[in-house]
Design a protein around this ligand. Structure first.
Ligand code: GTP
Ligand code: MG
Length: 194
Protein backbone atom coordinates (compact mmCIF):
# COMPACT_ATOMS: atom_id res chain seq x y z
CA UNK A 1 0.00 0.00 0.00
CA UNK A 2 1.18 3.51 -0.73
CA UNK A 3 0.52 4.78 2.75
CA UNK A 4 1.35 8.41 2.15
CA UNK A 5 -1.33 8.64 -0.54
CA UNK A 6 -4.07 8.63 2.06
CA UNK A 7 -6.57 11.43 1.60
CA UNK A 8 -8.78 13.28 4.03
CA UNK A 9 -12.37 12.54 3.14
CA UNK A 10 -14.78 14.28 5.48
CA UNK A 11 -15.75 15.07 9.08
CA UNK A 12 -19.08 14.31 10.70
CA UNK A 13 -20.39 15.61 13.99
CA UNK A 14 -23.53 13.49 14.05
CA UNK A 15 -23.88 9.82 13.21
CA UNK A 16 -26.88 10.50 10.95
CA UNK A 17 -24.65 12.59 8.67
CA UNK A 18 -22.28 9.73 7.86
CA UNK A 19 -22.95 8.33 4.39
CA UNK A 20 -23.64 4.61 4.00
CA UNK A 21 -20.67 2.31 4.34
CA UNK A 22 -19.31 1.07 1.03
CA UNK A 23 -15.77 0.07 2.03
CA UNK A 24 -14.11 -1.72 4.90
CA UNK A 25 -13.25 0.55 7.80
CA UNK A 26 -10.54 0.72 10.47
CA UNK A 27 -11.32 2.90 13.49
CA UNK A 28 -8.99 4.59 15.97
CA UNK A 29 -10.51 4.87 19.43
CA UNK A 30 -9.17 6.19 22.71
CA UNK A 31 -9.42 8.86 25.32
CA UNK A 32 -8.79 12.44 24.50
CA UNK A 33 -5.07 13.31 24.15
CA UNK A 34 -3.94 9.66 24.05
CA UNK A 35 -2.41 10.22 20.60
CA UNK A 36 -4.92 9.01 17.97
CA UNK A 37 -4.31 11.81 15.49
CA UNK A 38 -0.52 11.62 15.97
CA UNK A 39 -0.59 7.87 15.36
CA UNK A 40 -2.59 8.31 12.16
CA UNK A 41 -0.08 10.84 10.86
CA UNK A 42 2.80 8.50 11.66
CA UNK A 43 1.23 5.41 10.10
CA UNK A 44 0.70 7.31 6.87
CA UNK A 45 3.96 9.26 7.02
CA UNK A 46 2.05 12.52 6.80
CA UNK A 47 2.86 15.54 8.90
CA UNK A 48 -0.64 16.67 9.65
CA UNK A 49 -3.33 14.86 7.74
CA UNK A 50 -4.98 14.45 11.15
CA UNK A 51 -4.97 17.49 13.42
CA UNK A 52 -2.83 17.13 16.55
CA UNK A 53 -3.09 19.32 19.62
CA UNK A 54 -1.62 19.43 23.09
CA UNK A 55 -5.06 20.57 24.22
CA UNK A 56 -7.27 17.56 24.85
CA UNK A 57 -10.54 17.43 22.96
CA UNK A 58 -9.10 18.48 19.61
CA UNK A 59 -10.96 15.94 17.51
CA UNK A 60 -14.67 16.39 18.16
CA UNK A 61 -15.99 14.81 15.00
CA UNK A 62 -15.46 11.47 13.27
CA UNK A 63 -12.86 12.20 10.62
CA UNK A 64 -12.64 9.83 7.70
CA UNK A 65 -9.53 9.19 5.65
CA UNK A 66 -9.42 7.15 2.51
CA UNK A 67 -6.67 5.00 1.02
CA UNK A 68 -7.48 2.80 -1.96
CA UNK A 69 -10.55 0.81 -0.93
CA UNK A 70 -10.14 1.35 2.81
CA UNK A 71 -11.61 3.99 5.05
CA UNK A 72 -9.96 5.02 8.33
CA UNK A 73 -11.95 6.71 11.08
CA UNK A 74 -10.36 9.01 13.66
CA UNK A 75 -12.94 8.93 16.45
CA UNK A 76 -13.39 11.82 18.89
CA UNK A 77 -11.53 11.20 22.14
CA UNK A 78 -13.67 10.30 25.13
CA UNK A 79 -13.14 11.03 28.80
CA UNK A 80 -12.22 14.66 28.59
CA UNK A 81 -13.59 16.29 31.73
CA UNK A 82 -13.71 19.92 30.66
CA UNK A 83 -16.44 19.59 28.09
CA UNK A 84 -20.07 20.61 28.47
CA UNK A 85 -22.45 17.76 29.23
CA UNK A 86 -24.34 18.23 25.99
CA UNK A 87 -21.07 18.00 24.04
CA UNK A 88 -20.08 14.84 25.92
CA UNK A 89 -23.44 13.32 25.11
CA UNK A 90 -23.02 14.13 21.43
CA UNK A 91 -19.53 12.54 21.40
CA UNK A 92 -20.56 9.39 23.18
CA UNK A 93 -23.60 9.00 20.93
CA UNK A 94 -21.40 9.54 17.89
CA UNK A 95 -18.84 6.93 19.00
CA UNK A 96 -21.50 4.53 20.30
CA UNK A 97 -23.71 4.73 17.21
CA UNK A 98 -20.72 4.29 14.94
CA UNK A 99 -19.44 1.20 16.75
CA UNK A 100 -22.95 -0.29 17.15
CA UNK A 101 -23.80 0.27 13.50
CA UNK A 102 -23.76 -2.38 10.83
CA UNK A 103 -20.80 -0.74 9.13
CA UNK A 104 -18.02 -3.01 7.93
CA UNK A 105 -15.54 -2.25 10.73
CA UNK A 106 -12.79 -4.84 10.32
CA UNK A 107 -10.66 -3.64 13.21
CA UNK A 108 -10.74 -1.13 16.04
CA UNK A 109 -7.35 0.16 17.10
CA UNK A 110 -7.95 0.92 20.76
CA UNK A 111 -5.32 3.31 22.08
CA UNK A 112 -4.12 3.28 25.68
CA UNK A 113 -1.30 5.40 27.13
CA UNK A 114 1.47 2.94 27.98
CA UNK A 115 2.48 4.99 31.03
CA UNK A 116 -0.76 4.62 32.93
CA UNK A 117 -3.30 2.04 33.93
CA UNK A 118 -6.31 2.14 31.59
CA UNK A 119 -8.94 4.63 32.72
CA UNK A 120 -12.48 3.62 33.64
CA UNK A 121 -13.59 4.77 30.19
CA UNK A 122 -10.82 2.73 28.52
CA UNK A 123 -11.95 -0.37 30.39
CA UNK A 124 -15.55 0.30 29.43
CA UNK A 125 -14.51 0.53 25.77
CA UNK A 126 -12.45 -2.65 25.99
CA UNK A 127 -15.36 -4.46 27.66
CA UNK A 128 -17.67 -3.28 24.91
CA UNK A 129 -15.28 -4.48 22.20
CA UNK A 130 -15.00 -7.89 23.86
CA UNK A 131 -18.76 -8.22 24.49
CA UNK A 132 -19.70 -7.16 20.98
CA UNK A 133 -17.00 -9.42 19.48
CA UNK A 134 -15.59 -6.49 17.56
CA UNK A 135 -12.06 -7.35 16.41
CA UNK A 136 -9.58 -5.04 18.08
CA UNK A 137 -5.95 -4.57 19.04
CA UNK A 138 -4.60 -2.36 21.79
CA UNK A 139 -2.12 0.24 20.66
CA UNK A 140 0.02 1.44 23.56
CA UNK A 141 1.00 5.04 22.88
CA UNK A 142 3.86 7.33 23.88
CA UNK A 143 6.36 4.51 24.50
CA UNK A 144 9.19 6.98 23.87
CA UNK A 145 8.36 8.57 27.20
CA UNK A 146 9.55 5.49 29.10
CA UNK A 147 12.96 3.90 29.51
CA UNK A 148 13.38 0.21 28.69
CA UNK A 149 13.00 -0.93 32.25
CA UNK A 150 9.88 1.18 32.92
CA UNK A 151 8.43 -0.03 29.65
CA UNK A 152 8.85 -3.68 30.66
CA UNK A 153 7.25 -2.91 34.02
CA UNK A 154 4.25 -1.24 32.40
CA UNK A 155 3.82 -4.07 29.90
CA UNK A 156 3.72 -6.54 32.77
CA UNK A 157 1.27 -4.37 34.72
CA UNK A 158 -1.05 -3.96 31.73
CA UNK A 159 -1.39 -7.75 31.62
CA UNK A 160 -3.14 -7.56 34.97
CA UNK A 161 -4.97 -4.28 34.36
CA UNK A 162 -6.67 -5.35 31.12
CA UNK A 163 -9.12 -8.26 31.07
CA UNK A 164 -8.20 -11.22 28.84
CA UNK A 165 -4.87 -9.48 28.21
CA UNK A 166 -3.17 -12.70 27.12
CA UNK A 167 -5.64 -13.00 24.24
CA UNK A 168 -5.28 -9.42 23.06
CA UNK A 169 -2.60 -8.14 20.70
CA UNK A 170 -0.87 -5.19 22.36
CA UNK A 171 1.52 -3.05 20.38
CA UNK A 172 3.87 -0.56 22.03
CA UNK A 173 4.17 2.46 19.75
CA UNK A 174 5.57 5.94 19.50
CA UNK A 175 4.50 8.66 17.11
CA UNK A 176 7.86 10.27 17.90
CA UNK A 177 10.24 7.42 17.05
CA UNK A 178 7.98 5.38 14.77
CA UNK A 179 8.14 2.33 17.04
CA UNK A 180 5.36 -0.14 16.23
CA UNK A 181 4.30 1.48 12.94
CA UNK A 182 5.48 -1.38 10.75
CA UNK A 183 3.54 -3.88 12.87
CA UNK A 184 0.38 -1.79 12.60
CA UNK A 185 0.76 -1.42 8.83
CA UNK A 186 1.21 -5.18 8.49
CA UNK A 187 -1.93 -5.90 10.50
CA UNK A 188 -3.96 -3.45 8.40
CA UNK A 189 -2.61 -4.83 5.11
CA UNK A 190 -3.32 -8.39 6.11
CA UNK A 191 -6.92 -7.66 7.13
CA UNK A 192 -7.51 -5.49 4.06
CA UNK A 193 -6.52 -8.38 1.80
CA UNK A 194 -8.62 -10.96 3.62
P1 GTP B 1 -8.05 14.23 20.77
O1 GTP B 1 -8.15 14.66 19.33
O2 GTP B 1 -8.20 15.33 21.75
O3 GTP B 1 -8.95 13.09 21.08
O4 GTP B 1 -6.52 13.74 21.04
P2 GTP B 1 -5.67 12.65 20.23
O5 GTP B 1 -5.88 11.31 20.84
O6 GTP B 1 -5.92 12.76 18.77
O7 GTP B 1 -4.17 13.09 20.60
P3 GTP B 1 -3.14 13.89 19.68
O8 GTP B 1 -2.62 13.03 18.59
O9 GTP B 1 -3.71 15.21 19.31
O10 GTP B 1 -1.91 14.05 20.72
C1 GTP B 1 -2.07 14.67 21.99
C2 GTP B 1 -0.71 15.12 22.50
O11 GTP B 1 0.14 14.00 22.75
C3 GTP B 1 0.08 16.01 21.51
O12 GTP B 1 0.77 16.99 22.25
C4 GTP B 1 1.04 15.03 20.86
O13 GTP B 1 2.20 15.66 20.38
C5 GTP B 1 1.35 14.09 22.02
N1 GTP B 1 1.72 12.73 21.53
C6 GTP B 1 0.96 11.92 20.77
N2 GTP B 1 1.60 10.76 20.52
C7 GTP B 1 2.81 10.84 21.12
C8 GTP B 1 3.93 9.94 21.22
O14 GTP B 1 3.96 8.82 20.71
N3 GTP B 1 5.00 10.38 21.94
C9 GTP B 1 5.02 11.61 22.56
N4 GTP B 1 6.09 11.94 23.26
N5 GTP B 1 3.98 12.47 22.49
C10 GTP B 1 2.89 12.10 21.77
MG1 MG C 1 -7.32 13.81 17.68
Amino acid sequence: MKWNQVEFEASYGLFEQIPPCETIEFAFSGRSNVGKSSLINKIFNRKSIARVSSMPGKTTTINFFRLENIRFADLPGYGYAKVAKTEKKRWSELIGNYLHSDRDIVLVLQLVDIRHAPTKDDLQMIDYLIESETPFVIVLTKADKLGNRQKEERLAALKTEIPYADQITMIPTSAETGEGMEQIREIIEELAQA
